[in-house]
Structures are given as structure tokens and as C-alpha cells.
Design a protein around this ligand. Structure first.
Ligand SMILES: [Zn+2]
Length: 141
């Protein structure tokens, strides 16, 4: 899709991992520090529209990067979630899975897309920390 931002951002400076089916990037409007997105390389409107090998791969990556980001960010927990359809809060209509580090001192509720844009210095720090760990493809994928 020519004007879809998730089709266009696959080589962007927020991408921490990429393989033949999916890529992982920092969310531009993070709900919390270290908020990542797992996104298919090909365009599918929702997770349910993707072939199972793509959606399955995306969830395996989400499992892997949830562990990485929990450890790296010293988070107390992680939300792994796919918003499927506008009614479920999906904002960009290209399949993606959110990985959101959570902290005990943080408010329980959050809203997607309402936060402020990621700060450039925070972005650079996260790229440095996560890239060191995430450019190696997970061996079991
Ligand atoms: Zn797209």
C-alpha cells in the first residue's frame, strides 16, 4: 500500500530487527519507555487477515522481544497485545502487535496513540541498547 506508514517505515531509523516476514520498531508514540511494535513486512489489514505463518511468526517474535525488553528495561511486566479492528483500538490498518513494558508505579490504564512523540535522545538510547541484543535473529525462529 503506497501510503501506509507501516509499509513505508521498514527501513526507518526506529527499526531494531528485521527478517523476511516481519520487522520490529520503536513505537513513535510510546505508552511506556521501550514500547515496541512487531509488524508484518507485507501489508495485511489486521493480524487475522495475515497468513498463519506470518501471524504465527509475529507472535513468536513478540514472545522473544517481550523477554528482551522486559530484561533490558527492567520492567515489572509486559503487555503483548494485538488490536484487531477500529473497535478494538487499531489505529494503523496494517497488522501489528504491541509490546509494552509495564512498571508497578505506572498507571494501570493507557490509551494508544494519545501519548507524546518519542524524544530523540530517548530513541537513540533505546536503539543503542536494543540493537545490541536484537540484530541476532532468535535461533528458534
Ligand atoms: Zn501497510
Amino acid at each position: 500500500m503506497p501510503d501506509c506508514i507501516f509499509c513505508l517505515q521498514q527501513d526507518g531509523d526506529s527499526v531494531v530487527y528485521k527478517d523476511e516476514k516481519c520487522y520490529v520498531m520503536l513505537d513513535k508514540y510510546p505508552v511506556s519507555r521501550g514500547h515496541l511494535l512487531v509488524i508484518s513486512r507485507d501489508h495485511y489489514e489486521t493480524v487475522l487477515d495475515a497468513p498463519r505463518d506470518v501471524s504465527g511468526h509475529a507472535f513468536l517474535l513478540a514472545d522473544h522481544f517481550a523477554k528482551v525488553v522486559k530484561e533490558e528495561m527492567e520492567a515489572d511486566g509486559v503487555n503483548v497485545t494485538a488490536n484487531i479492528g477500529k473497535a478494538a483500538g487499531q489505529v494503523v490498518m496494517h497488522m501489528h502487535i504491541h509490546i509494552i513494558p509495564r512498571y508497578l508505579n505506572q498507571a494501570r490504564n493507557y490509551n494508544f496513540g494519545t501519548g507524546k512523540e518519542i524524544d530523540e535522545s530517548v530513541k537513540q538510547d533505546l536503539m543503542t541498547r536494543l540493537s545490541a541484543r536484537t540484530h541476532r535473529p532468535p535461533s528458534d525462529l
